[in-house]
Design a binder for this molecule. Structure first.
Ligand code: ARG
Length: 463
């Protein structure tokens, strides 16, 4: 049956160019499992509500099961003339079970059907992504655990600022990806709403039982307004927003990995298995994986902006413009899943060059704030202490030294309050470990952050 579902009203064939232009099968064929799952639930509900007979429903379900197998096994022929996955399934069902196939579409339209398919699909993908992020977060906690005691410069304005534990830096990413996981969780209840039975826009005259359909498909809720249900793509926009923010984090992490892997930094070595070479420069080892993650961020932002723009001026309820939603959604799901997977696999294999990182904390006056804090401890107001240390830094710069390389006599020219205990306060261990304020980089804080995170990960119930 390649006849159009609507051709009763038309007096000429659809132009072939129009068929190709309006067809979405190349994109939405990947919804076939969800489409069939939804149709099976719909059939069973129709039978239970006395709208079709039990025998008809059985036949339809058997046919639908067969179609699912055919598509899964690449034994299914797709054709632009059949527009989308919904029409393909219905048409093939007619080939298999005959005229009873024409009953499948009772009390629904493609408008609620496509919304259902998209929600089933996105619910599954969102759960998968929450699982993937859970594994990634665990990877950060394990890395932080393995790096405890290692120090590196912390930066502001991309200038060396104060030393931090490498673990503290890694745990910052744990926090970011934890918020991402939470955002996807927050989005789930608004994805998990069942739209089928809203039909074209106004509901249906048949005595359907939408709660039955929802229960069969495991939905937490049934949509409250039939017009909203077929017009709503907020659930996709929320997902794309959460994905965009998540990609910001991946992009920032990637940027750091690229910088750290450079000769200039030399903080890390990326695994050979995750790097590529140059076709012209034999010495090159390029950080293509983080570069591509950083690059793919643009595509995900683009998907969000594309769908926002598609939706922004649409009158109620369904409009064909909305068919463009799936391209953006699928592209973001694929990109995000791939980025999480590859980063999770690569990170445990990154070598942190702890001596280079530690050495980088010894130049650039990273302990200047601590000298000021020392003077504050001696009763000098902070602003005054700041000025004293500023003069000491200027002097040290003139003499090509770091603060801790000045002699006690030199130090005492800046303030009589200074004694030998100052030098202890200027060691990198002290500088790090005295930052015990909540959320600070002191080893004891970071250790407890790691164990709290480990406990949270172990206790988290994944959807
Ligand atoms: N392929 C369409 C989409 O993705 C399905 C809904 C079509 N509805 C319609 N009235 N033409 O949006």
């Amino acid at each position: 049956m390649t006849q159009k579902a609507w051709d009763g009203r038309f007096s000429e064939q659809t132009d072939q160019m129009v068929e190709a232009f309006t067809s979405s099968i190349a994109v939405d064929r990947r919804l076939y499992r969800h489409d069939i799952e939804g149709s099976i639930a719909h059939c069973r509900m129709l039978a239970r509500s006395g709208i079709i007979s039990k025998e008809d429903a059985e036949q339809l379900v058997t046919g639908l099961d067969q179609i699912r197998d055919e598509i899964a096994n690449d034994q299914f022929v797709f054709d632009d003339r059949l527009e989308d996955i919904h029409m393909h399934v219905e048409s093939r069902l007619h080939d298999i079970v005959g005229n009873v196939a024409r009953k499948l579409h009772t009390a629904r339209s493609r408008n609620d059907q496509v919304a259902l398919d998209a929600r089933l699909y996105l619910r599954e993908e969102t759960r998968h992504i929450i699982h993937q992020l859970h594994t990634l977060r665990k990877t950060f906690v394990d890395l932080a655990q393995a790096n405890i005691g290692n120090v590196m410069p912390g930066y502001t304005h991309m200038q060396r600022a104060q030393p931090v534990l490498v673990s503290h830096h890694l745990m910052a990413y744990y926090e970011m990806f934890t918020r991402d996981g939470d955002r996807f969780r927050d989005a789930l209840p608004r994805i998990d709403v069942m739209p089928l039975g809203c039909a074209a826009l106004a509901g249906t005259t048949y005595p359907i039982d939408r709660d039955d359909t929802a229960a069969q498909l495991g939905f937490a809720e049934v949509s409250a307004n039939s017009m909203d249900a077929v017009a709503d793509r907020d659930f996709m926009l929320e997902f794309l927003s959460a994905a965009s923010i998540c990609m910001v984090h991946f992009s920032r992490l990637s940027e750091e990995l690229v910088l750290w892997a450079s000769t200039e930094f030399g903080f890390i070595e990326l695994p050979d298995a995750f790097s590529t070479g140059s076709s012209i420069m034999p010495q090159k080892k390029n950080p293509d994986v983080p570069e591509l993650i950083r690059g793919k961020t643009g595509r995900v932002f683009g998907d969000l902006v594309a769908l926002l723009t598609t939706m922004k001026a649409l009158p109620m309820a369904y409009n064909r413009d909305m068919q463009e939603d799936k391209r953006a959604l699928f592209s973001t799901v694929d990109t995000l899943r791939a980025c999480i997977a590859v980063m999770t696999k690569m990170l445990p294999r990154v070598t942190f060059k702890k001596d280079v990182m530690r050495h980088a904390t010894t130049t650039g006056f990273l302990n200047a704030t601590d000298m000021a804090d020392y003077l504050v401890g001696k009763g000098i107001p902070f602003r005054e202490a700041h000025a004293v240390v500023g003069r000491a830094v200027a002097y040290a710069l003139d003499h090509g030294k770091e603060l801790d390389q000045l002699t006690l006599e030199e130090m005492r020219t800046f303030s009589d309050e200074i004694d030998a205990t100052l030098f202890e306060a200027l060691t990198v261990e002290q500088v790090v470990n005295r930052r015990t304020s909540k959320g600070g980089t002191a080893t004891e804080n970071v250790k407890s952050a790691i164990s709290l995170a480990g406990a949270r990960l172990a206790a988290e119930r994944l959807p």
